[in-house]
Design a protein around this ligand. Structure first.
Ligand code: AHM
Ligand code: MG
Length: 340
């Protein structure tokens, strides 16, 4: 009979290997898992009940917010606040750091999340996901929380992961000890280990980018695309183009099959020269996961995990995926920089 390791069992094993572990992290993770199951239930009902459509409101970045985003956000904030192990949270949907309500117990962890990424896909039954990133506070436990506790470089993440609501629902995460994937068995309501020790292929065969924006790109990005499409690349044949427009889904496919996801800088909107994706709740967690799986993530020139975080909703260009493909991106940027 197969082993059927649940995510909780997996975490307890992990905890045993950490000297001085208090169980706080496992408690936090259990709340994320429970939130994911609740969100999954609502996502699955989305086509049946009237949770579809716009709320008519916009989030802090001026984008339309749909009801399921709000629901997922509320669930995560509610459950995580009650975990007793967090000192602060931050969400893509909230302008500021979210403090744990007065009177609830506090802990050392900080959790940053995108409650429902790819929400423009909700109405058409296309995959969406939840992304999370976990840090430990750096200021002393009993002192006042500082913004630097939340705005830490991705390098300091202690865990990161995503939930993919798809044909089956998966939880993929790292605690710095490889990347492991769990699939939700809806019959028993548990995430079961289905993809232990995921390794991304060294070189992919897929590129994922919104090519519709190519006239807004800088020269290196245009050249990068030509490279992947040409017969004169490492593979001696063009890569396949695959773009869902849902980061979690595009990333997950590339993680398993190999490939590169790109959301480059563009000059479409002078207010967003860094592209669309957010460093704290999208690029950093995915970069931690991809590196733990043997891949790479850069903004073109620099490693994502080393970027300085200046504000919660900072955006960054993102090139992420198989090592050889991301190295090529960096090489093309370097050649352009050398030419001046
Ligand atoms: P969101 O956080 O508002 O859902 O936006 C992020 C999503 C990503 O999932 C996806 O990679 C990207 O937006 C797609 O953007 P575009 O439609 O510009 O290609
Ligand atoms: Mg998002």
């Amino acid at each position: 009979m197969p082993q059927q390791v649940t995510v909780t069992e997996h975490l307890l094993l992990h905890q045993k290997r950490i000297p001085g572990a208090t169980g706080q992290f496992t408690r936090l993770f259990n709340e994320i898992v429970l939130s994911a199951k609740i969100i999954n239930r609502e996502v699955n009902k989305a086509g049946l009940v009237d949770v579809l459509g716009f709320t008519g409101k916009t989030n802090v970045q001026g984008e339309e917010v749909k009801k399921l985003d709000e629901y997922a956000n509320r669930i995560l904030i509610h459950r995580l606040a009650r975990s007793g192990v967090l000192c602060a949270m931050a969400s893509e949907e909230n302008a500021d750091i979210i403090e744990v309500p007065h009177g609830l117990p506090l802990g050392d962890y900080v959790c940053i999340f995108d409650p429902l990424d790819g929400s423009s896909n909700i109405d058409v039954n296309v995959n969406i996901g939840t992304i999370f990133s976990i840090f430990k506070r750096v200021s002393p436990e009993d002192s006042h929380l500082l913004s630097t506790d939340v705005l830490q470089a991705g390098l300091h993440q202690v865990a990161a992961g995503y939930v993919l609501y798809g044909t089956s629902t998966m939880l993929v995460f790292t605690t710095g000890d490889g990347v492991h994937g769990f699939t939700l068995d809806p019959g028993v309501g548990e995430f079961l280990l289905s993809h232990p020790n995921i390794r991304i292929p060294e070189q992919g065969r897929v590129y994922s980018v919104n090519e519709g924006y190519s006239s807004y790109w800088d020269e290196p990005t245009k050249e990068i695309l030509e490279y992947f499409k040409s017969t004169d690349n490492n593979r001696r044949k063009p890569y396949s183009g695959r773009y869902i427009g849902s980061l979690v889904a595009d990333f997950h496919r590339n993680l398993i099959y190999g490939g590169i996801f790109m959301y480059p800088a563009d000059n479409r909107d002078p207010k967003k020269p860094e592209g669309k994706l957010r460093l704290t709740c999208e690029a950093n967690p995915m970069a931690f996961i991809v590196e733990q799986a043997g891949g790479m993530a850069v903004d073109g020139r620099n490693r994502i995990l080393e970027l300085e975080v200046e504000n919660l909703h900072q955006r960054t260009p993102l090139f992420i995926g198989s090592r050889e493909d991301v190295l090529k991106v960096r090489e093309i940027y370097r050649e352009h920089d050398a030419k001046g």
